[in-house]
Design a protein around this ligand. Structure first.
Ligand code: ZN
Length: 73
């Protein structure tokens, strides 16, 4: 009793300081997420890139849609 222990939090400074993620990186990920998906050939539903079959009609005919970023003709 009576011992005043100074609490040191060595990780606090690095943890509390939020690393500012550059918007460019965020934007790139968001764009990739938006562009990389599969389209069902049967019902046209949009499925995730990892989907093996349609989440709507369960058909396996999925067309991969991965447009390259910034494609200009
Ligand atoms: Zn479908």
């Amino acid at each position: 009793m009576g011992i005043t222990k100074e609490v040191h939090l060595p990780n606090l400074s690095s943890e509390s300081r939020k690393m500012p993620i550059t918007d460019a990186v965020k934007k790139q990920i968001a764009q990739k997420r938006r562009l990389f998906f599969k389209i069902c050939l049967v019902c046209g539903a949009k499925n995730s890139i990892s989907a093996t079959r349609c989440r709507k009609c369960k058909h396996e005919a999925l067309r991969l849609k991965n447009r390259a970023l910034g494609v200009k003709k």
